[in-house]
Design a binder for this molecule. Structure first.
Ligand SMILES: [Zn+2]
Length: 391
């Protein structure tokens, strides 16, 4: 066993999250033998109020490093072995999130580009290879952490204090005129989900460093979009949607955990379940519109893959803990296009705790003691995940 393997894995995970290219980490060779890459253009666009994209046009592939600085907020991008072309073309210099852009040559052939921000924003970066239309590119996406671009100074202290806490958004599935699945004994999915969510909320709020919010407090209908919106407004770190499954055969059993898939479902069953859960908005009389503003701007955004990766890791931690108290329907986190999991910057999972269509599982789901066990297991999984992410 390699005693450093897990530490190295964590390190790589953290670094890749902050945009340092893995090629650079791999250590490779010093840049001496390579020719210098030219930065020929910078294209800045604002596809949504809270999203700015900066594209760097380059004459070749590069290595880059990205980090953020506070006070005032800025994003620093170091382009290795790169120089600025004399005829560099910049289409604009400011957006809702950015007040300016500047660059300077540094030692060792580095070109440093600084994005001066208007407030706090989360950056993500990725490189693109030539595709016929465009050449090599480095893309930096900025997502506002708050919809208002200008933070209020007096609340900064409070925000800092607050950010020491992890905020977990709990989303009890269905509600109001949408009961969800119904068991033979008449147990309704919406009631079980709310009950487990409330138990989880109590557990979480009792634990220092954690706070829970619910996307619905009572038996009422909330659209899928509004559930995500609520969680975002609370600046939740994690989104957990609670459901229970049903199937035409009473033998189907066990828990499953889902994360978002951008490209098709990982199994036929996953697609079927996603369709069923997404239909919730149709029941509420609001058609589910995937081309919705906020969601559309980011759906095809490659940077979302990082959030999905995080969701998959969160999901397997939760599955592991659920496996201690329940049967598992799938030992692996499944992926499908759940509307409720589409927040771009918040790791999100959907849990089907068990099958209401299975008489034995329906009995368990009705039992407050078992509901408490479920709440505890899911929260343990979440804590596990957040702890691993910190170190
Ligand atoms: Zn459901």
């Amino acid at each position: 066993m390699d005693p450093f393997a897990s530490a190295r894995r964590l390190f790589l995970k953290r670094i890749s999250r902050y945009g340092l290219s893995l090629a650079l980490l791999a250590g490779a060779k010093p840049a001496l033998s390579k020719s210098v890459t030219a930065l020929t253009g910078i294209r800045i666009s604002q596809s949504a109020e809270d999203h700015t994209r900066v594209v760097f046009d380059l004459s070749g592939g590069i290595e880059h490093r990205l980090f953020t600085l506070d006070d005032p907020h800025r994003v620093v991008i170091d382009l290795h072995n790169t120089r600025e072309s004399e005829a560099i073309d910049i289409n604009r210099k400011s957006t809702n999130l950015m007040r300016g852009i500047r660059s300077a040559s540094k030692d060792n052939g580095r070109l440093r580009v600084v994005l001066d921000l208007k407030g706090k924003a989360r950056p993500r970066s990725f490189e693109l290879k030539p595709d016929g239309k465009s050449g090599h590119r480095l893309v930096v996406d900025l997502h506002a952490t708050k919809l208002s671009p200008t933070p209020i100074i007096t609340s900064q202290q409070e925000r800092k204090q607050r950010k020491k806490q992890f905020i977990i958004a709990l989303d009890p599935g269905h509600g109001g005129r949408d009961p969800g699945a119904i068991g033979k004994k008449g147990t309704r999915e919406k009631d079980v989900a709310l009950s487990v969510a409330k138990k989880m909320k109590t557990l979480i709020n009792r634990t220092s460093g954690y706070r829970a919010i619910l996307t619905r407090e009572g038996d009422r209908f909330v659209s899928l979009r509004n559930r995500v919106k609520k969680a975002r407004e609370a600046e939740a770190d994690i989104f957990v949607s609670l459901h229970s499954n049903s199937f035409h055969s009473p033998n189907a059993k066990g828990a499953s955990v889902y994360a978002l898939s951008l490209r098709g479902a990982s199994s036929e069953a996953a697609r079927w379940i996603a369709e069923k859960e997404n239909a919730s908005d149709l029941i509420g009389g609001i058609s589910l519109d995937d081309k919705d503003d906020l969601i559309a701007s980011v759906l095809l955004d490659l940077s979302q893959t990082a959030t999905i990766q995080d969701s998959l890791e969160l999901g397997s931690d939760v599955l592991r803990h659920l496996g201690k108290i329940s049967k598992l329907n799938n030992k692996k986190v499944q992926q499908a296009g759940f509307a409720v999991l589409k927040a771009p910057d918040m790791p999100s999972i959907l849990i089907e705790t068990a099958f209401l269509s299975n008489p034995a599982e329906e009995r368990k789901l009705r039992n407050p003691k078992h509901q408490h066990k479920l709440a505890k297991a899911v929260f343990s999984g979440i804590r596990n995940h957040l702890k691993n992410r910190q170190t």
